[in-house]
Design a protein around this ligand. Structure first.
Ligand SMILES: Nc1ncnc2c1ncn2[C@@H]1O[C@H](COP(=O)(O)OP(=O)(O)OP(=O)(O)O)[C@@H](O)[C@H]1O
Ligand SMILES: [Mg+2]
Length: 365
């Protein structure tokens, strides 16, 4: 019976029907406490107690301020620090092949309003969504934004926001935005980059009603940014390779939605150039030919191919000469061809179709 009440409570909680949820949590707690009293030494008692504590905590939250979240204490920043990724990769625009559209869109979206807010009487977009197949530069692009745009940059992984603790996930979201606003008020623009943003809809979140509450918190925060009276420069860039997991309300908050597709021929030539830059390659290697052979491959596949080619000559060198002198031979065209033959593209054509279709429907520059 406790289980039944609890399941119902969770379901109501998830749907945002908090009055009902409160009632059901109370009943579940009531039944559990009776069970524990009946046989306190039973091996189940500990489990019941743990469950009960969880429900009580959630009940307390619901009974208290249901949506208002207190993020004003100082412990907050400590736990926020945990979700912000620290390392600052120094990636420059030139390290990224192609994606011109995205580079320009991001630059314009952030740089122009900062320079001349007076030219944007209707406000300006605060949300930018990067979507597309894996390994094509979404995360890389965000790293370049951090390097190239003079802004305070917060990089978080959505999965790390989704704390396993009750109620913490939406607090993390609130904290993040509060921190972002604070920074943005100091003068420089602030950018919050949320990687794998679809995880905010997390199916792996075990907590009760977690996904919906996190999502709602996020939507509220995004709306706050749009407030025309609050003309601060806080931007949110989200990235995802599962855009179809996002719902319409969520999508709408990202006024710019940029497709990061598989690299085309020109881009592949460029990617091969970037990743063979520091390798010793034979003059017979044609980057154009390599690009022709790798249609359908992601940028990260091409990087892996170059890495594998280098590994191949290094391995040979160690085996033949024992590494004490000289250096590996140059990488030849046939080394590359060999490796490409053994490697399928990591994105299959059917998946690609999904991306194209989603882009067709939701792309917005
Ligand atoms: N446009 C590009 N130019 C050069 N290298 C690239 C490009 N795109 C991706 N790469 C290489 O592939 C790696 C993986 O790319 P990245 O992490 O940006 O992919 P992603 O789009 O974020 O994928 P996912 O959806 O899986 O997170 C990069 O670290 C980089 O080495
Ligand atoms: Mg990524």
């Amino acid at each position: 019976m406790a289980r039944k009440h609890a399941l119902e409570a969770i379901e109501y909680d998830r749907r945002g029907m908090y009055d009902y949820a409160i009632e059901k949590y109370r009943r579940a707690i009531d039944v559990l406490s009776k069970l524990i009293a009946l046989d306190p030494r039973s091996p189940f008692a500990a489990i019941y107690t743990a469950r009960m504590r969880e429900y009580k905590k959630r009940l307390g939250e619901l009974e208290g301020e249901m949506v208002k979240i207190d993020v004003s204490d100082s412990k907050v920043d400590a736990s926020l620090e945990e979700v912000i990724l620290k390392e600052r990769p120094r990636v420059h625009w030139e390290d990224i092949a192609d994606l011109e559209e995205a580079k320009i869109a991001i630059r314009e979206a952030i740089v122009y309003p900062v320079k001349r807010p007076d030219l944007f009487p209707l406000g300006w977009p605060r949300g930018i969504l990067l979507f597309g197949p894996p390994g094509c530069g979404k995360t890389l692009l965000a790293a370049a934004v951090a390097t190239e745009i003079d802004a305070v940059f917060f990089r978080v992984d959505a999965a790390s926001i989704m704390s396993k603790w009750l109620g913490e996930a939406e607090k993390n979201v609130a904290r993040l935005f509060r921190k972002g606003r604070e920074e943005a008020k100091k003068g420089k623009p602030a950018i919050i980059f949320i990687d794998e943003v679809d995880a905010l809809f997390g199916t792996h979140v075990s907590e009760v009603g977690g996904e919906v509450r996190v999502r709602n918190q996020f939507l509220t925060e995004m709306d706050g940014l749009q407030d025309k009276n609050e003309r601060i420069h806080l931007y949110v860039i989200g990235a995802t390779n599962k855009p179809w997991r996002l719902d319409n309300a969520f999508i709408r908050r990202f006024q710019k939605r940029i497709y990061i597709p598989l690299p085309d021929f020109e881009a592949r030539v460029d990617i091969f150039r970037i990743y063979t830059r520091n390798l010793n390659i034979d003059p017979d290697v044609s980057l154009e030919e390599l690009a022709r052979l790798t249609e359908g491959y992601a940028a990260s596949d091409i990087r892996d191919i170059c890495q594998a080619a280098q590994n191949k000559v290094v391995r040979e060198y160690f085996e033949l000469s024992g590494s004490s002198m000289g250096k590996p031979r140059p990488i030849k065209m046939e080394d590359f061809i060999d490796i490409i033959k053994k490697r399928r593209p990591s994105v299959n054509p059917r998946m690609l179709e999904y991306y194209e279709r989603w882009a067709e429907e939701f792309k917005a520059l």
